[in-house]
Design a protein around this ligand. Sequence first.
Ligand code: KG4
Ligand code: ZN
Length: 334
Amino acid sequence: MKDIYVLGIESSCDETSVSIVKNGTEEIATVISSQIDIHKDFGGVVPEIASRHHVKNITIVLEECLNKANMKIEDVDAIAITYGPGLIGSLLIGLEAAKTLAFIYNKPLIPVHHIAGHIYANSLVKEMEFPLLAVVVSGGHTELIEMTDHYKFNKLGGTLDDAIGECYDKVARVMDLEYPGGPKLDKLALKGKVTYKLPIPLKDDSYNFSFSGLKSAVINLAHNEEQRGNELRKEDLAASFQKVAVESITLKVRKAILDKGIKNVIIAGGVAANNILRKAMKDLTDELNVKLSIPPIKYCTDNATMIAAAGYYAYLDGRRADYYLNSASSAKLN
Ligand code: KG4
Ligand code: ZN
């Protein structure tokens, strides 16, 4: 069979990224321009600023990726683009670039849902085996997705309020950690002990999650300690927070594995980089005799490699977009 090269573009939040992937599994070249240093002064991503930087970066990143791959746009078979969900202004920049390339070079335009991208980051590591459960944990999402085949998604549940990564970042602010605080909190927790008592959120019979109550509990705890004149042991608070945040995920993952007869679990999204979550998932899947796949950290956070990989499977699934494709800030995975 002829090799298929997909050029992927990702600009849904604060990373401008372009990548070329062969047959959905082999990364040829990727370039990521991150705006973290710009947004950290504001304690989070400022949408307007993010859009402006995407405009500035997109053609540079594209050119750099093609140079790195030693390829021309004529050499690729399709253009895959994140159309949503994400920040509308950011999404639009990548989308317009993708549409322009598809039009000028007469290439099929493949619409990719950002979460499908995170899930398909796994196909860059090993072949995906179905049926599987995708645990999507990122700055914008916390979802359990059952997949019976390529591009057959069934959402079992998700967060009712904040995403887990958002919660990590907000809790990290309480500890004076710089944005994005998730990875810094993870590191800090290694030096701490679980000493603070925090509630495990949404301990119910659903597949849903809730993180806003936990975030408030941490803020209240820090406030009370300050009022009592007690020193806040940040390392211990980080460890105590991680314990319950991760436990609330494993609880629902355990339920889904048992209820649905799942044999393969994959973890996707930025928070898949988390040490405690990785260990908890390994222990759980070992105990239940289920296979586990976690992409390397470079594929966990936002990147276009995963979009090009997902784009390949969407291409095989016959998915095509026309030039009326629009960005959708809260697009549904289907
Ligand atoms: O997937 P991603 O790059 O962007 C979204 O699509 O949201 O995820 C970013 C999120 C941020 O909230 C960041 O703090 C979190 O992933 N994150 C972590 C870790 N590494 C990244 N959270 C906890 N522990 C980590 N090691
Ligand atoms: Zn993401």
